[in-house]
Write a protein that binds this ligand. Structure first.
Ligand SMILES: Cc1cc2nc3c(=O)[nH]c(=O)nc-3n(C[C@H](O)[C@H](O)[C@H](O)COP(=O)(O)OP(=O)(O)OC[C@H]3O[C@@H](n4cnc5c(N)ncnc54)[C@H](O)[C@@H]3O)c2cc1C
Ligand SMILES: NC(=O)c1ccc[n+]([C@@H]2O[C@H](COP(=O)([O-])OP(=O)(O)OC[C@H]3O[C@@H](n4cnc5c(N)ncnc54)[C@H](OP(=O)(O)O)[C@@H]3O)[C@@H](O)[C@H]2O)c1
Length: 483
């Protein structure tokens, strides 16, 4: 049986989650193990924390080590969730409780694939859980995609959110028009950050370097291009409502794209119907008075796919994009043969993230970008599990990831209890891995080291009226951790 619960995350007000994993997990008594079973989890985003939480709640004797590539925890909650959505980041309080429970060891600055490899982890632990997310993004593979100012939305998000690898991204906002491809919630996040008045953004934890560029922005229009029609949008109602209410900004859509749509939305399931009613209202009804003096425009455009990013004749600069006009056939976008060009000086590709293989011995589906698995159990590898985006693919909000990770945690505990995972033999756990890391000269970061970084960021933020000023250099993070 499933239960509808209220969800604090933006994106879905209500989500269906099996109550079995949300309430008190069954507490297993350790049976045959001479010592506590040792599990390691790789990746400290929501999936890593929720799997760990489930394991330590269900199994009193278990030891869980959580390895993270960066010196700082929380994955996309820190580096993905938009700076103007601070309430979503409240899940960090739960993660912190888990980390400080005395039952979990956070080991930051350790990269699976280089600092330690999977076979070393598998030798050291009774079970290994891969929760390392989806760190790349999908590309179009069309001419001009390599031009300056044709930017991946994933990297743009990393840039404004302080991801060290993206802190030097070059973004030029000396242009009046930007185009975003894809119409999921990441595309909406990016559009909102580009269109929100800087006075609002500067009170958030957005990075100082992006704020400096955004405050010089000449952007007047952001066009969000979907390859399919209005009925196929991937964004959710809360996110689009926020765009419709954005200060100093109006939303404009071509009414012709909505021909016949109001007639079909009646028959849609309720959440989709409510979303479509709102989108139709914005496209077809008289605009609210507040839009009359808007300085900027948000323009969702439908049934278009990019064919080529165009360069200026005189330089390497992006001048526009050539588009194929599509029609829908069985809900799929099919080119009509008609083409058109859109002028723009910035183009962002927001067509989905993609997981990568963090070692040659990980069974992996390269096309989907996920670890090959059956409900979290990695194919053909006893004692190896995965959850979150690296297991399911890059869709779903934090609550979806929580539900999936609780289930995988539950499966692991069951497998230990029933002997499917052999916990009768002693395993060295962190004792062995710490030796490997020591030999390689890797400085690890504990949770209390992270708290020093956290404190420093909050102190720097306070000085400029922000909740925190994120430190974007790994070296600087490590120096603070070592104090
Ligand atoms: C831009 C953006 C905004 C979002 N906003 C919201 C929102 O507002 N509300 C909401 O509910 N959901 C939101 N989501 C969805 C939510 O972030 C995901 O559901 C969730 O973060 C997935 O969790 P995960 O643990 O699988 O992956 P991640 O959060 O990506 O965590 C993976 C972790 O693994 C680490 N890692 C990667 N490679 C290695 C390695 N080789 N070795 C060790 N560690 C490694 C990473 O550094 C990271 O910390 C957003 C997603 C994106 C992309
Ligand atoms: N505020 C929030 O709650 C929030 C914020 C950000 C992200 N998230 C969540 O994070 C997850 C990932 O978000 P996302 O926006 O990256 O992914 P998404 O929701 O899957 O959207 C991807 C978009 O890319 C389009 N696309 C994919 N391949 C394409 C191609 N080859 N050509 C043109 N368009 C293409 C898709 O169109 P088609 O539909 O036609 O395939 C879709 O519009 C989602 O579950 C999202 O809800 C939530």
């Amino acid at each position: 049986m499933h239960k509808v619960i209220r969800c604090v995350n933006r994106g879905f007000l209500e989500c269906v989650v099996s109550p079995k994993y949300l309430l008190r997990p069954k507490v297993f008594k350790s049976s045959s193990a001479a010592q506590a079973p040792k599990v390691c989890v790789v990746g400290s985003g929501p999936a890593g924390f929720y799997v760990s939480q489930q394991l330590i709640k269900a199994y009193p004797k278990i030891e869980v080590d959580l390895y993270e590539r960066l010196p700082v925890p929380f994955g996309l909650v820190r580096f993905g969730v938009a700076p103007d959505h601070p309430e979503v980041k409240n899940v960090i309080n739960t993660f912190t409780k888990t980390a400080k429970s005395g039952r979990l060891r956070f080991v930051g600055n350790v990269n699976l694939g280089t600092d330690v490899i999977l076979s070393e982890l598998r030798e050291s632990y009774h079970a290994v859980v891969l929760t390392y997310g989806a760190e790349q993004d999908r590309e179009f593979g069309i001419p001009g995609e390599e031009l300056p100012n044709v930017v991946s939305a994933r990297r743009f998000v990393g840039w404004y959110n302080g991801l060290p690898a993206d802190s030097h991204l070059k973004v030029n906002l000396e242009t009046e028009s930007a185009v975003i491809f894809g119409n999921g919630n990441v595309a909406v996040d990016v559009a909102r950050i580009l269109l929100t008045p800087v006075d609002i953004l500067k009170k958030t934890d957005i990075t100082e370097h992006s704020l400096a560029v955004l405050s010089q922005s000449r952007l007047k229009k952001v066009i969000m291009v979907g390859r399919r029609g209005p009925l196929n949008v991937a964004f959710t109602i809360k996110e689009i409502r926020e765009m419709l209410k954005l200060p100093e900004c109006k939303t404009v859509m071509d009414p012709n794209a909505f021909a016949g749509i109001r007639e079909v939305i009646e028959g849609l399931p309720r959440p989709r119907r409510r979303l479509m009613e709102l989108v139709c209202q914005a496209a077809l009804d008289p605009p609210p008075p507040s839009w009359s003096d808007a300085k900027r425009t948000f323009e969702p455009l439908f049934l278009r796919s990019p064919l080529e990013f165009l360069r200026c004749s005189q330089s390497d600069r992006l001048s526009g994009v050539r588009l194929a006009v599509n029609k829908l056939s069985d809900d799929r976008a099919v080119p009509t043969g008609v083409e058109e060009c859109l002028e723009c000086g910035l183009a962002l590709r927001s067509i989905g993230y993609k997981g990568i293989k963090a070692g040659k011995d990980i069974p992996f589906d390269d096309e989907k970008g996920t670890v090959l698995n059956n409900n979290g159990q990695v194919d053909g590898a006893k004692g190896l599990y995965c959850s979150g985006w690296v297991a399911t693919g890059p869709t779903g909000v934090i609550l979806t990831t929580m539900s999936n990770s609780f289930e995988v945690g539950h499966t692991i505990v069951q497998h230990m209890e029933t002997g499917l995972v052999d916990i009768s033999m002693n395993k060295p756990g962190y004792e062995a891995v710490s030796q490997i890391l020591l030999k390689k000269g890797i400085q690890t970061v504990s949770f209390s080291d992270w708290e020093k970084i956290d404190e420093e960021e909050k102190k720097r933020g306070e000085a400029v009226g922000k909740p925190r000023e994120k430190i974007v250099s790994v070296e600087e993070m490590l120096a603070i951790a070592a104090r």
